[in-house]
Design a protein around this ligand. Sequence first.
Ligand code: ADP
Ligand code: MG
Length: 282
Amino acid sequence: NWQIIQNGIVAIERAEQLLTTTPEQDPSKEALVLKDVEGNVEFRKVTFSYGGGKERVFAELNFQVSAGEIIALVGESGGGKSTLIDLISGYYYPTKGKVFIDGNDTRKLNLESLREHIAVVPQEVVLFNDTIMTNIKYGNFRASDVLAKAAAERASANVFIEKFPQQYKQMVGERGVRLSVGQKQRIAIARAILRDPKILILDEPTSALDSKTERFITESLEGLMRGRTTFIIAHRLSTVRKADRIFVIDEGLIVEMGTHDELMAIMGGNYRNRYELHVGLQ
Ligand code: ADP
Ligand code: MG
């Protein structure tokens, strides 16, 4: 039995670690609960460094995004795209300056209520060792089965789910079916649809999808983006071209900002060079 006891001790240690983790936000502090959000985002003189260190990711970064705009974030790896997104979701706060959501400083917001209005479709989708249904409801645990299925349909995920022997009750992961990158992405889109957020964050997968899957995903994403402020870390040219504005981010600076046509008009510009070389966009 020694083996069992040892495994138990390890499990207890892990549980203890989790239980003693300090919450992100002090619950005794008065934080503003966001009820209705329009989706306006503003960075005002945002300076940021991880852990308050000397290496600055951003120095006095300014921009404003109106509700419903689609913004493509383009640039070399390490430029600060993910950090910018994390500042919007309140995973980090600026070292100096402020991030506003509908004019409210993120530092003063109740994080749970802020994140209720934000959905993220990550580059690498994490699925739990549970049924397809539970995995979709991860977007919103209060949703009914009917709504979850409707979300799967809008994400074109029903096509492959209905082919599983147990359909929505099919287990995924270790004890069930394995899903392809494109299928996982569609589950993530279904989660986002179910969440019905005002701010949508998309991290496009870099791995190539076959053209049929890509078409499915593009269509469901376009439906999802309508009426929501969207930030896309974009790798595909098709996505970038359709954005209302493109932010080219390089070493923590927005070096160019504008529509595809505007940025293409800058001779020798960063975006134009990228486009011509297809580097970082394909
Ligand atoms: P991108 O998403 O454009 O690739 P990131 O926002 O991930 O860029 O990174 C911006 C800079 O911040 C990089 O120099 C990176 O090394 C650094 N960085 C990112 N995450 C962390 C972290 N958790 N701790 C310390 N430095 C980080
Ligand atoms: Mg990143």
